[in-house]
Design a protein around this ligand. Sequence first.
Ligand code: I3P
Length: 109
Amino acid sequence: KNGFLIRKVHADCDGKRTPRGKRGWKTFYAVLKGLILYLQKGEYRPDKQLSEEDLKNAVSIHHSLAMRAMDYSKRPNVFYLRTADWRVYLFQAPNAEQMQSWITRINTV
Ligand code: I3P
């Protein structure tokens, strides 16, 4: 699965709150391949080499949990992704259908 997602980093490894200055929303082209969610900046080309930054932004979804962000009302179509090492991301999908589809795909790999 792939498509545009807007990401906010809420918690770093071990659930530590992400510091100010690193909590802004950023747009990525997301590609879910196996157990990795790749987040690429800039325009998407299927043959494009992943940059070092793209690799840093990649998220392991092994033993992760995605769920609708019921308590987050500033933006619509937002879901949480909590990883096995207790990072927490918020992702805003383009619409409700895409949000649900990402949640389902992430939780059923
Ligand atoms: C953050 C940015 C986010 C905001 C976050 C700020 O600043 O303005 O949009 O989250 O608030 O810290 P920065 O880019 O300097 O990290 P919201 O959009 O959810 O308000 P927060 O610290 O309350 O999460």
